[in-house]
Design a protein around this ligand. Structure first.
Ligand SMILES: [Zn+2]
Length: 619
């Protein structure tokens, strides 16, 4: 200022005004947040050699590198000598940002803005969202987040809350001691907040989750662990301990053992040895290791020998105390259908279709079902069925091929009318098919499959028999499923492991006889026992054979027909169209509505389902 005063006093008072001094209005060392638009933009004041305001002089403004944007870059000073820019929006960088005001011939003014981070805008995970670990163990990298502003600058001093929201785990301190399910940590100079440790829960079926959140932000960051089982500590049987089988044939249900960890989770890694005793046939695949996921080790094959009672021991070198013995009782190997045609001799083609159906089922049913005494009045099972008073072994089927209502509408219906008291297996059943429709089926190549399908219902493949055996779960009416263990194994064998829902899916759509009595067509597509017939072949798969075993039949699962569940997400999944044909034929309501009686060896009867085909018959 002293130098300036000297200069002014030295000048002639009549000299023209020249720009002499440019100063900031207010401070030129300022603070702001990244990206902020200043509410009071910087201004400068220009004076002449006699300290008078100098109006109408051009001031040039220029932002420094990475220092944001201004609305105009030249402004003329007003009558008071001031020039202000309209707007300065700071750049996203934390640190020094500058704005320079220049007037020709004088020292420029530099505004120095010390820029800090903006408001917290997001939490970024500093460790992976998913980590791997065993139950009740700590994750390798404890949950940690970085608080950042809208530009990604770290924000310090923010209170981040970490909460265990799922899985029953606990957060730990630096010494490894549990500190509860909620911890609050303040973000450091790098914006980072972290807990010292996280120990997950004990259940492998539950995803463990920790959510980090900031009160000022709705969203948080989630950390997840799907824990693996701990090491196995014991074994349990995972298949029926006793079953029936046919000599020379694989058992219906392969013996299996499940390993469990100390929390009861299925555990992989236990070796199981399956050893048949003398006379108990042949085993293939006798050494197995329990699998991760389901914890199961299952013998490859067990083909029965000739003894009447045969035993297979499952042992483990790791768990000598846990030995399981599986028993198979040999039964006679002839299953047969006693088919009685009503309404005259069928056409040669229809007779051939019945014979095909019988043969397909006989290939997969190995064991005889014992005789029971059946006493019935005429017409109890269906129209034209004569009086019955005899011992019946296996199953008798009355077949009525008749003109019902011409093409379309009623195709046919089938089901059992007498079942065995002890086993629940059908002993007498009825099949009715419309000959007008059979001609159509013959033309499009589905006659044999449809006939086989209807005989399947007579054998008990339908809701009524499944429910009596506890095989059908309808707790969720939108997602009914078959829960027999052998049927489920069969479903897995044909590729059902890719199905994301609860196996085995049962039809949830359609009318009374379609719904709950068939495999779900959207998943099983053209398996024999879905509720919609298709051209191109309908295989009798391991799923259906397994379901027969769950009902109590002795089966030969190795004779099942080849079929693979279409892959999830493929074009075929959920579609009702077969290659080469767009024709899909609904069976309609194809369950036979007669009353059903239980009968035992001595002929005692008990009504177990009310019903009468005479009052429900639609023709
Ligand atoms: Zn059906």
């Amino acid at each position: 200022m002293l130098a300036l005063a000297t200069l002014v006093s030295a000048c002639d008072r009549t000299d023209p005004a020249v720009p002499t001094s440019l100063v900031p209005v207010g401070a030129n060392a300022l603070t702001a947040r990244a990206g902020e638009t200043l509410s009071t933009p910087p201004a400068v004041m220009l004076t002449d050699q006699r300290s008078r305001a100098l109006a109408n002089t051009l001031v040039t403004w220029q932002v420094g590198a990475s220092s944001g944007t201004i609305d105009v870059d030249t402004v003329r000073t007003d009558a008071t000598g001031r020039a202000a820019i309209g707007r300065w929006t700071l750049g996203p960088i934390v640190g020094l940002q500058t704005l320079t005001a220049t007037v020709s011939g004088v020292e420029p003014v530099v505004f120095r803005m010390s820029v800090s981070a903006g408001a917290a805008s997001a939490l970024l995970r500093r460790v992976p969202e998913f980590q791997e670990t065993r139950v009740e163990s700590t994750v390798a990298q404890a949950p940690a987040v970085q608080v950042v502003d809208a530009f990604g600058n770290p924000v310090a001093g923010e209170a981040v809350t970490f909460v265990v929201t799922n899985g029953g785990g606990v957060l730990l301190d630096a010494t490894g001691a549990a500190v509860g399910v909620q911890v609050t940590r303040t973000s450091d100079a790098n914006g980072v907040a972290q807990v010292d440790g996280w120990r997950v829960g004990t259940n492998i079926t539950e995803q463990n989750r920790v959510v980090a959140s900031l009160a000022s932000l709705g969203a948080g960051a989630t950390f997840r662990v799907n824990p693996r089982a701990d090491v196995p500590v014991r074994l349990e049987a995972a298949a029926p301990r006793s079953q029936q089988g046919v000599p020379g044939v694989d058992v219906p249900s392969r013996p299996a053992v499940r390993a469990l960890d100390r929390f009861g989770n299925p555990a992989g890694g236990a070796t199981v040895v399956f050893t048949p005793r003398t006379g108990a046939g042949v085993v293939i695949g006798n050494v197995r290791v329990t699998a991760d996921g389901d914890g199961i080790a299952r013998v490859g094959r067990w083909t029965l020998g000739t003894d009447s009672v045969q035993r297979l021991d499952a042992t483990s070198p790791q768990f000598p105390a846990d030995t399981f013995t599986f028993t198979a009782t040999a039964v006679a190997s002839i299953f047969s259908f006693d088919v009685r045609f009503l309404n005259g001799t069928p056409s040669a083609r229809n007779l051939a279709a019945v014979e095909t159906a019988v043969e397909r089922w006989r290939r997969v049913i190995a064991g005889q079902t014992p005789p029971v005494r059946v006493v019935a009045n005429p017409d109890v099972c269906g129209p034209g069925v004569p009086a019955i008073d005899e011992d019946i072994v296996n199953v008798r089927v009355y077949v009525n091929l008749d003109s019902i209502d011409g093409r379309g509408s009623i195709l046919g219906r089938a089901g059992p009318c007498f079942i065995r008291t002890t086993s629940g297996l059908p002993v007498v059943g009825f099949v009715e098919l419309d000959t007008a429709d059979l001609a159509t089926l013959d033309q499009n190549g589905t006659l044999d499959d449809v006939m086989t399908h209807e005989f399947g219902h007579v054998l008990g493949l339908q809701a009524f028999n499944w429910e009596r055996r506890g095989l059908l779960n309808t707790a969720n009416s939108n997602d009914p499923f078959f829960q027999g263990s052998i049927g489920r194994d069969g479903f897995a064998d044909i590729g059902g492991a890719i199905y994301p829902g609860i196996p085995v899916p049962v039809e949830e759509t359609g009318g009374a006889g379609t719904r709950l009595s068939h495999w779900r067509a959207s998943v099983l597509q053209r398996e024999l026992m879905v509720g919609f017939a298709r051209t191109g072949g309908m295989p009798l798969s391991r799923l259906t054979v397994g379901a027969l075993a769950d009902l109590g039949y002795v089966v030969r699962v190795d004779n099942a027909e080849a079929f693979t569940v279409p892959p999830f997400g493929s074009a075929a999944w959920g579609e009702m169209v077969m290659p080469g044909s767009t024709r899909v034929l609904s069976y309609g309501d194809d369950h036979w509505p007669s009353a059903v009686y239980e009968v035992d060896r001595s002929g005692r009867q008990r009504l177990v389902r009310a019903g009468d085909w005479r009052v429900t018959r639609r023709r």
